[in-house]
Design a binder for this molecule. Structure first.
Ligand code: RP5
Length: 169
């Protein structure tokens, strides 16, 4: 996609590889469900560093308010995204083949002082929660979004209240 695109998007979702999409689509789905505009891209900190920087700059021009970055293994993507922008950056550690995402978690969460990456849980829950964290941030100045978030929590609570445990064998 061309970085000349001017369409407004509130959230930038980026992942190091298309292989991360199965996890990162949970962030995209949450944004979609809350009616929050987003753009999702597979761009790598080490395989396409220049394109990554160009995309971040383009997103900033288009009204982006936060970035969600997911990567696996030596997962420096979220830190690199955060280094390119002062917008809040949320990191999602992607489960990896050999270390099950513990490598991704440590690489994403252990940012040196000065460039923060707010890091979520490994995997799908982290991706969904990254979007919820961004939505909560946007809801501070958006009463419609705030109401949707309150409704989301209420429905979630109701589901737990109504849940029943299986009978004993
Ligand atoms: C990371 O390496 C990506 O974020 C992905 O999680 C991992 C493996 O990428 P592929 O080899 O599947 O493209 O950069």
């Amino acid at each position: 996609m061309s970085e000349n695109n001017q369409e407004e998007k509130l959230v930038g979702i980026v992942m190091g590889s298309t292989s991360d999409w199965d996890v990162m689509k949970e962030a995209a789905k949450m944004c979609r469900d809350f009616g929050v505009s987003f753009e999702a891209r597979a761009l790598s900190a080490h395989r396409t560093p220049d394109e990554l920087g160009e995309w971040i700059a383009n997103m900033e021009k288009r009204g982006c308010k936060a970035f969600i970055a997911g990567a696996g293994g030596a997962a420096h993507l979220a830190g690199v995204v955060a280094s390119h922008t002062i917008l809040p950056t949320f990191g999602v550690p992607i489960p990896s083949k050999y270390m099950k995402g513990l490598d991704s978690l440590l690489a994403t969460v252990q940012m040196p002082k000065g460039i923060p990456v707010s890091t979520l849980a490994i995997g799908e829950a982290g991706a969904a929660n990254a979007a919820l964290a961004v939505i909560a941030m946007l809801a501070i100045n958006n009463s419609e979004l705030k109401d949707k978030l309150i409704e989301f929590r209420a429905k979630q609570s109701e589901k737990v209240r109504k849940a029943t445990l299986p009978e004993l064998d």
